[in-house]
Design a protein around this ligand. Structure first.
Ligand code: GDP
Ligand code: MG
Length: 163
């Protein structure tokens, strides 16, 4: 029970880095069912007195392009089913990839709220580069540096406004 937020996005965009930052010391409840591939992590986050569950998706994604796209599609569908809100993460250093665009297409049709997060916005130049992502047509958009934590406060304000 409770409000659940799922983080989706291509591998290496920084989902787990944000997940770890959101759950901080609150100890991830790791999905440890033996014999089952662990492709998701569950944790608990808290902001301004509001608590919510966080799902970090896409732990193990196969390498072949075909399976890869299918797997990501599956993650998005699961997230849309399990979560009350979806964080869609992209990476400013790669710009918009075909997979980002495909995921954006899926997420635009989501009946759950979607907050798009452009990660690795570590400096002023990347802030400028990140403007490219407005062309995805997803609103709202947050620029973030999960490594430094810059932008996470505004993101959490936006997320918890839905709880
Ligand atoms: P995931 O595959 O989406 O879960 O991505 P990870 O969280 O494992 O991060 C992939 C790589 O991106 C790691 O080397 C992270 O240290 C790096 N990374 C994550 N967030 C940031 C960020 O805000 N800035 C920079 N420069 N690197 C980041
Ligand atoms: Mg990860």
């Amino acid at each position: 029970a409770g409000f659940t937020v799922a983080i989706v996005g291509r591998p290496n965009v920084g989902k787990s880095t944000l997940f770890n930052r959101l759950i901080e010391q609150r100890k991830a409840i790791v999905d440890d069912i033996s014999g089952v591939t662990r492709d998701r992590q569950y944790g608990l986050a808290e902001w301004n007195g509001k608590t919510f569950n966080v799902i970090d998706t896409g732990g193990f994604v196969p390498n072949s392009e075909d399976v890869f796209e299918k797997e990501i599609r599956k993650q998005v569908v699961i997230a849309m089913q399990e979560a009350n809100l979806i964080l869609f993460m992209c990476d400013v250093t790669t710009g918009i990839t075909d997979l980002d665009a495909a995921m954006a297409d899926l997420l635009r049709r989501s009946d759950k709220p979607v907050i798009t997060v452009i990660n690795k916005v570590d400096n002023a130049q990347r802030q400028l580069d990140a403007n490219e992502f407005y062309s995805l047509g997803l609103d709202p958009l947050h620029f973030l540096s999960s490594i430094s934590g810059s932008g996470t406060g505004e993101l959490l304000d936006d997320v918890t406004a839905h709880i």
